[in-house]
Write a protein that binds this ligand. Structure first.
Ligand SMILES: Nc1nc2c(c(=O)[nH]1)N[C@H]1C(S)=C(S)[C@@H](COP(=O)(O)O)O[C@H]1N2
Ligand SMILES: [Mo]
Length: 176
């Protein structure tokens, strides 16, 4: 994994799988929470995709294992149109619900056939490959559904609210 840079703001959290849960709450029909074992028992997908960092590197054909957010959100029945992903360590990032549904986002715990390394977000991270990689929150523990858009950590600190690499949505108004 030498050509896969580690980009983390702050220290790397250490959460053992036995202490890990994944929650969906906020504006939902039914708040849900899965333990590690419950999560592993859900249908797993293998995702092969390119990833793009805002600082200009891309990595092609990365391979991940995890659970589709369509499946998880289907159990929670969101009523709001925005998502905030939150993490051990305090990192947050915001996304429109439409960017994490329709086969576009996963909670992944495997990378290249092995457990996701801690420095890359293990035990589990969000994977949203069609947006810049800062949206793919490492050490993710849950998502909160909101009625309105609530900027996350980098979105409050200069990055673009949406982050589409094809139209190069890198930085927000404050940085232009
Ligand atoms: N929890 C958390 N997730 C995070 C970050 C972070 O600092 N904390 N950095 C983001 C940024 S800016 C990038 S580019 C990617 C980097 O992922 P990597 O370290 O696996 O390459 O993670 C994203 N997810
Ligand atoms: Mo980044």
């Amino acid at each position: 994994m030498q050509d896969f840079p580690v980009l983390t703001y702050g220290p790397t959290p250490q959460t053992a799988p036995k202490d890990w849960t994944f929650s969906i709450d906020g504006s939902v029909g039914t708040a849900r929470r899965w333990t590690w074992d419950e999560f592993q028992a859900l249908p797993q997908e293998r995702i092969t995709t390119d990833i793009h960092c805002v600082t200009s590197w891309s990595k092609l054909d990365t391979s991940w294992t995890g659970v589709s957010l369509d499946l998880l959100l289907g159990e929670a029945q969101p009523t709001g149109a925005f998502v905030t992903a939150w993490c051990d360590g305090g990192y947050t990032t915001n996304l429109p619900l439409a960017d994490v549904t329709g086969g576009k986002a996963w909670i992944v715990h495997g990378y290249e056939g092995a457990p996701l390394p801690r420095e890359h977000g293990g035990p589990a991270r969000l994977l949203v490959p069609h947006l810049y990689f800062w949206k793919s929150a490492k050490w993710v523990r849950g998502i909160t559904i909101t009625e309105s858009n609530e900027p996350g950590f980098w979105e409050q600190n200069g990055y673009h609210d949406h982050g589409d690499p094809w139209t190069e949505e890198r930085y927000g108004p404050a940085w232009r």
